[in-house]
Design a binder for this molecule. Structure first.
Ligand code: XMP
Length: 319
């Protein structure tokens, strides 16, 4: 394209040369990497690309709508939107161990994705948003959580089971280059500069057993926090910020009545590499405003606390 920087045209040509006229499937999550892959592949091969967007019921407020708006309606990308909320919630019922929850969410994702992929028998390629730091990370010997992160991210085993070739057009790029590419391809700034969101989503931000009712409360509290961070110009100064649902009730007063409702914790951190992090020193007035709005607008939550733990010893997520 005449209006694209050279490196974008090179990326487009490379995809065309690799894929030819074959069809490609991509798991679109709404995160930066898979979004940029979707935009790049759509530009390179148009309707040879089909994206599968799985709503696991653990996404942020309006996230599914935003993904469908940006990709399906605005860009004209073929996106299959699967609402698998009931399936995920069903399998998570009664499970409160954090790693068990992660495993279930990862496993169900693979299950749903495979079912959709089998409906596209002509597909020859599975595209993934692997970026250079992921390549380095999986080359080293990683254990525990880092391994879990990878296996979810890269939907482990899928290419083999589905007999698809792997297409990783961002494999040589660093995060800032991925973002630059996203902007050059016309993706919205807010999407390209969005904070990272874990694969298991709100599943690791609802402590203990996950319930739809808790996810609904948390989504609304989280959206208020993010809105206010953006309004106060603090969003870009933090590396990650979110609300956490604590399944603990405490007493409050409202009007003439006594309330007995749940607690939400706010977490905002500054970090370079997510291996160590400092809690963000948000202005008290901003925290106060967020707290007031959550308590006034989200019935079911009557107390908001701020997490002032560094990593280490705390992790960024609460589970
Ligand atoms: P922690 O909580 O370990 O998080 O300090 C470091 C970074 O990793 C993200 N994270 C995950 N991402 N699957 C993911 O895709 C996971 O299971 C997972 N756990 C943590 C976390 O959001 C932070 O950016």
């Amino acid at each position: 394209d005449w209006n694209m920087p050279d490196y974008v045209n090179e990326a487009i040509e490379k995809v065309r040369a690799q894929v030819g006229n074959e069809e490609v499937i991509l798991g679109l999550s709404g995160g930066v990497d898979s979004s940029v892959v979707a935009a790049l592949l759509h530009r390179a091969i148009g309707d040879q690309l089909t994206c599968v967007f799985v709503d696991n019921g653990l996404l942020r407020l309006n996230e599914a709508e935003q993904v469908m708006q940006t990709f399906a309606r605005n860009l004209g990308v073929k996106v299959i939107h699967v609402d698998a909320t009931e399936q995920f919630m069903g399998h998570l019922k009664g499970v409160s161990d954090p790693e068990a929850k992660r495993k279930i969410i990862g496993r169900e994702f693979v299950e749903v994705f495979q079912t959709e992929a089998k409906k596209l028998p002509n597909a020859k390629w599975l595209a993934q948003g692997t970026i250079y730091p992921d390549v380095i990370e999986s080359a080293g010997s990683k254990t525990g959580k880092a391994h879990t992160i990878k296996s979810h991210h890269n939907v482990g085993g899928l290419p083999e089971t589905l007999k698809l070739k792997l297409l990783e057009p961002l494999r040589e790029l660093f995060k800032d280059e991925v973002r630059e590419l996203g902007i050059a391809l016309g993706l919205p700034h807010d999407m390209v500069y969005r904070h990272p969101f874990p694969g298991p989503g709100l599943g690791v931000r609802i402590l203990g057993e996950v319930k739809k009712e808790f996810a609904d409360l948390l989504r609304r509290a989280d959206a208020i926090f993010i809105d206010e961070l953006r309004a106060a110009d603090w969003y870009d100064k933090t590396s990650q910020a979110f609300a956490v649902f604590l399944p603990v009730k405490s007493v409050g007063v409202m009007g003439d009545g006594r309330t007995y409702e749940y607690v939400v914790a706010l977490r905002a951190v500054e970090t370079q590499d997510f291996m160590t992090a400092h809690w963000a020193e948000l202005p008290h007035s901003l925290l106060g405003k967020v707290s007031n709005r959550i308590i006034n607008e989200v019935r079911g939550i009557n107390r908001v606390v701020y997490d002032i733990s560094g990593k280490p010893p705390a992790t960024i997520e609460w589970e």
